[in-house]
Structure formats: C-alpha cells, structure tokens
Design a protein around this ligand. Structure first.
Ligand SMILES: Cc1cc2nc3c(=O)[nH]c(=O)nc-3n(C[C@H](O)[C@H](O)[C@H](O)COP(=O)(O)OP(=O)(O)OC[C@H]3O[C@@H](n4cnc5c(N)ncnc54)[C@H](O)[C@@H]3O)c2cc1C
Length: 783
C-alpha cells in the first residue's frame, strides 16, 4: 500500500515537472529567471581581448567531438588534401634544391646564418610568398602544399624552415591580405612575394609574453611633420623581444595600444591594440640585434623605438582599422598555427624515424642490431606510431584550412600535441642513438633537433598555457552547442531578451546533459558494441569508431557536469581544465589517425602503426578521464561520474607488445611503409651527409646480414676461438682469411663496414675547438 502511494506521489511529481518544463512561460518564471540571476552572478567577467580571442575562428570537427555523437560520415567525406602538379613540381625541384643549399652544421656552428646563396634562392623562388595570391606575384599555394614544404625543409635545417615558415604565418602578408588597404596591398604584397621585403611581426614584450593583450607598448595619436607635410600620426614607443626575422626584416609589423588623448580621431581615449607596418629605415626604429634561440640560427631578436613618429597610413588597413589589431590577430591566428609548428615538428619526427630506425639496424651490440632488443623496441615503437599520428594530424588540420576553416581550437590541439609528441620522439631517438646523438658535429643527425625542440613548445602559445586554458577553456565555449548561447544571453543588455534566450539554451543544455549521461552509461554497459558505424570503414577500425563515440558521449557529459559544478571557477582549476582538454585532444588525434588510414587506402603494412597509435591514445584519453574524475572537487559526484563513465571498468590497457614489436620491426628495415611514414624527409644520397650515410649503411647492413649470420654460426662452432683479429671490428676480415666467406661476400662486408664506421663515428675537434686557428685567420685577414 505504502509503495503504491509513494509511486503515485513520484508519478505526480514527475508529471508536474514535465508540465512545468513544457509550458515555457511557467518554467521561465519559476525556474529560468532564478537560474539566470545566479548564472549572471557567477559568470566570470571577460575582458575585450579575452572575448575576441574566444570568439575568433571557426568550429570544425572539434564541434562534432564536443557534441557527444560525432558524425563519422562527415569525417570520412572531408576531401583528402592533394598537391597540384605545380605544387608537386615545387616540392620535387625547388624544395629539394633549397635543402641542398644548406648545411645545418655550417649554419649552426660556423656561419650562424644561412649562406647568402640560400637566402637569395628562397627569396627568388617565392618561398616567402607561398600564401600570397598569384595576382600579387605570390605562389598562392594551398595550406597543404605550404605544410608539405615546411615539413620537408624542417628535416634539413631549422634556420631554413623557420625563415620560410614565418613570412607565411601570422604576420604582415596575412594581415595585409585580410585587412590591408588596396594601396598597401599593391605596394607590399608583390615585394613580399619576391622577397624584396622581409617581414617580421612584433607582438611580444619583455613584460607581456603569454598575456600578449597586456603589452605596455603605446602609440599616442598626435600631429606631426611627415615628409614635410603636417599630418595626424602616432608617436609610438615599443620594446619587443623574441621577434623572428626581426634582425633582418625590412618591414616590421608592430602591435601596440593606441591612445588618443586629444580626441583627434574621435571620442575614444584608449583606441585599442593597433597593428602597423613600420619600414626598417623609419627614423628611430632600432632593429638589428639578435638572440640565440638554442643555437637554431634563424634570425630572432629584439626591437625598440622611442617616440617614433609615423603616419596613420602605417596602420594595417589604414585609419579605419585603428584599435582593431587584437581582433585581426585573433582572427588570423588559426591558419598559421595550424600549419607552422605542426609541420616543422612533424618534419623533425619524420627525420628521427628515418635516421634512428636505420641506426638501430646498423649499430650492433652484444652481436645483435640494437633495434632488435626489446628494450630498444619500446622507444622505436613510440617514434614510429607517434610520427604516423602526428603526420595524420598535420595533414588533416592543413586540410581544414583549405576547406576555408579557421579552426581555433583544432589549431591549438595540433600545435600542442604535435610539438609535445615531437619532443617525445626526438628524446626517444636520442636514447636509441646514445653518444652518437650527444656529441655535436657535422655527422650528428639528431642533436640539433633535440637541442631546438623547446622552441616549438614555447612559441605560438606556450604549451602549458595552451593545455591549461585554451584547449578546453576555448573548446567548451566555442564547440559546445549551448554554452556560448547562455553566455551571450547573460551579456545581453536587454534583460528580458536575455532571459528568453537563456531559457531556450538552458533547457536545451539540460536535455543534452541528460542525453549524454544515459548515452555514456548505456554505451559503457554494452561496451559500445551497438554503436552504429558507417559501413564504409575498414573492418579492423570499426571498434575504434564505436569506442570513440562512447568517449565523446562521456566527454560531453563530464564537461557539462564540470561546468555545472565549478562554473567560472573552472577557469582557475587549470589541472581539471587541462585534463578535459586532453580528452578532447585525444579524440581529435584519433579521428585524424583513422582518417589517414582510410585516405591512404587502408595500407595493411601501416596497420601496426595505426593500431599502436590508436590504443596508446585511447588509453591516454581514459587516463585523462580518470584524472578528472579522481580529482573532482565534490567527491560523491566524482564517484557517480566514475560509475557512469566506466560502469564495467576500463576498456583500454596499454598497447600490446605484439603490435609494438611489429612497429619496431617496420622501423629498422626499408619498406614502402617506412617510405610513407617518412615521405617528406630530405634524403641526400651520399655518404658524406649524415642522413645519406645512415641510409646507405642500412642498405649495406641488410645485404651483409645473411653473410654475417654464417660467420656468427662459424664463430659459435669455435672457428675463431684463438684468432685475435676476429674482434667486433675486424670479424669480416678474419672470416675471409679463414675461407668462410667468398671474395664477393667480403666486398659486401667491407662496404657495410665502411659505411657502418662512418655512421658510428662521432666528430672530434682541436682541444680549443679551433678558436686559435680562427683567431689566426682573423689576424691574417686584418693584416
Ligand atoms: C624563438 C622564439 C621566437 C618567437 N617569435 C616571435 C615573433 O616572431 N613575434 C612575437 O611577437 N613573439 C615571438 N615569440 C614570443 C612567443 O610567442 C612567446 O615567447 C610566448 O608567447 C611565451 O611568452 P614567454 O616566453 O614570455 O613566457 P611566459 O608568458 O612568461 O610564460 C612562462 C610559462 O608560464 C606559462 N603560463 C603563462 N601563463 C599561464 C597560465 N595562465 N596558465 C598556465 N600557464 C601559464 C607558459 O605556458 C610558460 O610555460 C617568440 C619566442 C621565441 C622563444
């Protein structure tokens, strides 16, 4: 009887709630108005620069991942980026030639710059104007082609790749293209395209790095004389640092806060951040000194100016665009960020995969190629699988730009994760090559990459900040179907309209959360086996799509509960925000990897790379879920979340050693899969180049291995037991002398030994590293 009464009461309560929620005026008056008032109170204040940063760019595949139910057909339908015949020819000829013109050791340790010939070549051939349309004399390459070029150049020399990367990234050309006046475009773009002008862009100040909106550099609107004429202009004072190409630039893009104390432009005293183009020879502009960023030797330095007068025409877009600088920068940020660092760091990973894999086969210890030891297999596996995934991310993200997107969150994910994985890949590479990587010199193929990796971590949004604040912080607001609507409603000056909009968004949001609570639980209980997957996907990847949908649903739910419980506080809870961002990122990385596997025709030989990368990343996503749940500020909610997200425990373990072994094996022998993995690596085919030497040594090693196996068998049988020449270096000769190998076989072994010895040797120098010789030369020259 009592249970019947309780059931009836619950039924009545639920029915009343349902009626209340479905009659909009009632729910608005009784629920939304109160929630709205509280929401407005706890919503953190947002500065204009924060708002403009948040609203910039577009939402792309990240939106699907955030919505909890990604449309995989959409992912599969994104066109696969391809080079045009002209772009392919540029890669095959101009890019190859540019690579051949630089010698990284000479650049980084002798000349401290690229040769004049290399500089002239990249200027003449349009490398600095890849994003400039043909009508202005530029190459007008696709984003994908741009990415391919940077990737390849990065496998050769960072000074070369950065000098090409920066003019094609966020800077004068990009800003002029979008906001320049016709006069500015017609004057500067053809000159930038031909390298007559070398651009740099100066935002960062010693006092404002990550928080770039707070730069103390100022311009004061005033009257002054310009080329003999009285004009309204600006007196600008700046102190910038870290400016890439700054020391050699001829035209400096400059960001500063503009003030108009005398009201010469209008009522606004603080006009806002403004971007101007300052020719190098502008009187008072101090440009030319240099920093040394980890011996990379691309040009980078400070620039200063005090009360430098310049006309308003120097503002990009002219007087109409004063105060619009921050919006301009934020709107253009995504394109460059999607390409530059993901490409240069994917290049470093490709180079590592190619050279370290080969080295691990050429170098033997304990009578075996080091790449065959299980311990060495582990880093080799990471190098291979990460490189596969990083390149997948690079290509898919560049493809988004070619689709006309400006994907702000996706570009941050690509930048953060490709640079972090490059750090892991190169670190692993260093471990595998041991002392060979540590001793710098012309024959070291990895040491400079290792040395310079932190640059990518710091620039274009330092990584800790990107992970802590941007990935989820911006992602949640931009990609969530309701959060931005709720925020806009709260900021609406028309309170009644705000309440109306909030009510719609809030109840949509509540339903969305409930849907994903049940969705995540249901998929967890059924192991996501019933999630539908497009019929066109490779059968071996079907489970990944299903599990990704499950994780996406769980992520949507977890994100909502986190925002609900923590509200504006989540902005300060950077560790939680970072882990939520990790989940979103892992889902993106996995999507790109599956996309690559399909786009490249489901190459069976690449399957181990794909499987290992997917397992590893799904496992990391699972750990990120755990990190959020275990540290959830309200303990009982954390426990509830665990039950919903992982009702039957964790679905993923670490990737299997069996697949890891297949990946490691792929790394140490030539194959089409290895060629695909390292397709953009510049490969000089000569033993005098370190990359060429290790490549040739790998081939020679493979040819020698069967012969060597026979020698080893003879050795076991005691053929050399009392022969002092049968040592690790000279065994081949001893075997030939003992008649165990033929003359022809001995030639093969000798060739292998020669190349092996080139590869394993490290450089040595005079004890003073040649300083006294240099001084003598200088003295002679002076005399
Ligand atoms: C080689 C090089 C080239 C560059 N090129 C240019 C250029 O051409 N033009 C230009 O304008 N700038 C350039 N920069 C500047 C670059 O973009 C800035 O260095 C970057 O924004 C970081 O600033 P910072 O080094 O002062 O670090 P800081 O801002 O001092 O940050 C230090 C650390 O604190 C972290 N951090 C800061 N705030 C937070 C937060 N809220 N939450 C969590 N972590 C946080 C950062 O992630 C970082 O790890 C370049 C820098 C370098 C090193």
């Amino acid at each position: 009887m009592i249970t019947t009464i309780i059931s009836v009461l619950i039924g009545i309560a639920l029915l009343s709630m349902a009626i209340l929620v479905s009659v909009r005026p009632w729910r608005r008056a009784l629920i939304s108005r109160r929630v709205f008032a509280t929401y407005k109170r706890i919503l953190p204040q947002m500065s204009d620069t924060e708002r403009e940063a948040l609203e910039a760019g577009t939402v792309w595949w990240d939106g699907e991942l955030f919505r909890g139910d990604p449309d995989w057909n959409k992912l599969l339908a994104y066109p696969v980026p391809k080079l045009s015949p002209e772009e392919q020819s540029f890669m095959d000829h101009e890019v190859e030639h540019a690579c051949s013109l630089v010698d990284d050791w000479k650049v980084t340790s002798e000349d401290f710059d690229m040769s004049p010939e290399a500089w002239q070549y990249i200027k003449d051939k349009g490398f600095l104007g890849m994003i400039i349309p043909k009508q202005y004399g530029g190459l007008e390459f696709s984003a994908f082609a741009h990415s391919q070029v940077v990737t390849k150049l990065s496998t050769r020399c960072s000074a070369l790749s950065v000098s090409v990367m920066v003019p094609n990234s966020l800077g004068p050309a990009e800003l002029l293209l979008h906001y320049g006046t016709d006069v500015q475009k017609n004057h500067y773009l053809p000159r930038l395209a031909r390298g007559v002008e070398v651009p740099a862009f100066a935002l960062t100040s010693p006092w404002a790095g990550s928080d770039a909106g707070s730069i103390p550099d100022v311009g004061i609107v005033c009257k002054g004389l310009w080329r003999g004429q009285a004009v309204i202009g600006m007196r600008v004072t700046w102190d910038k640092r870290y400016i890439t190409l700054g020391p050699v630039c001829t035209i400096l893009g400059l960001a500063f806060h503009l003030y108009d104390p005398d009201g010469l432009l209008g009522d606004k005293k603080h006009v806002g951040i403004t971007c101007a183009l300052v020719p190098r020879d502008t009187p008072g502009a101090d440009i030319g000194r240099r920093h040394v960023p980890l011996n990379a030797m691309f040009m980078n330095g400070p620039t200063r100016g005090k009360d430098v007068f310049m006309p308003l025409d120097y503002v990009i877009g002219g007087p109409a665009m004063v105060g619009q600088g921050w919006r301009m920068l934020m709107e253009c940020l995504a394109a460059g960020r999607s390409i530059s660092l993901p490409s240069s760091n994917a290049g470093m990973a490709q180079l590592t995969a190619r050279t370290v894999g080969a080295y691990a086969r050429v170098r033997s210890q304990f009578k075996m190629a080091i790449g065959r030891f299980e311990g060495v297999e582990e880093p080799l596996t990471r190098i291979g699988a990460y490189t596969y995934m990083m390149d997948a991310v690079r290509k898919m993200t560049a493809g988004a730009i070619d689709l006309g997107e400006k994907p702000s969150v996706v570009s941050a994910i690509a930048k953060y994760h490709v640079t972090e994985r490059a750090r892991q890949v190169v670190n692993d590479g260093m471990d595998v090559v041991g002392g060979k990587g540590i001793c710098l010199g012309p024959s070291n193929f990895i040491g400079r990459a290792y040395q310079q990796l932190p640059i990518g971590i710091t620039v274009e949004g330092a990584n800790i900040l990107t992970r802590s604040m941007i990935l989820f912080g911006q992602g949640a607001i931009r990609c969530h179907p309701y959060v931005l609507k709720e925020m806009k409603a709260a900021y609406n000056p028309n309170a009644e309209q705000g309440l109306h909009d909030f009510d719609e968004a809030f109840f949509g949001h509540a339903l969305f959360t409930l849907k994903h609570a049940f969705g995540a639980l249901g998929k967890g209980l059924t192991g996501s086996h019933f999630v539908s997957v497009p019929s066109g996907v490779a059968p071996e990847t079907k489970r990944y799509y299903q599990q990704l949908t499950r994780f996406s649903s769980a992520f949507a739910f977890l994100a909502d509960i986190s925002m609900l419980v923590l509200g504006g506080e989540l902005k300060r809870r950077e560790k939680l925000s970072a882990r939520l961002g990790d989940i979103l990122s892992m889902l993106y990385l996995c999507s790109a990897t599956l996309k690559r596997y399909e786009s490249e025709g489901r190459q069976q030989a690449d399957a181990p790379l794909m499987h290992w990368a997917m397992w590893d990343t799904m496992y990391k996503a699972q750990m990120a879920f755990d990190g959020v749940i275990a540290n959830f500020p309200v303990r009982w909610i954390g426990r509830m979340l665990y039950r919903i997200v992982f009702p039957l425990g964790h679905p993923y373990d670490v990737p299997s050693d069996r697949i890891g072994h297949q990946v490691a094996k792929l790394m140490i022998e030539p194959s089409a899969a290895r060629d695909r993995l390292t397709a953009e690596t510049y490969l000089p085919n000569v033993a005098s180049e370190p990359v060429g030497a290790v490549e040739l040594a790998l081939l020679a090693t493979l040819e020698a291995e069967p012969i060597e196996a026979r020698i080893r068998a003879a050795e076991k049988d005691g053929a050399f037991s009392d022969n002092p020449d049968a040592n690790v270096r000279d065994l081949a000769h001893a075997a030939f002398a003992a008649g165990i190998v033929t003359a022809a076989e001995y030639v093969v072994l000798k060739r292998r030994n020669e190349l092996r010895d080139i590869v394993i040797r490290v450089d040595d120098f005079p004890h003073d590293l040649g300083r006294s010789r240099q001084e003598t030369v200088l003295h002679k020259e002076a005399a």
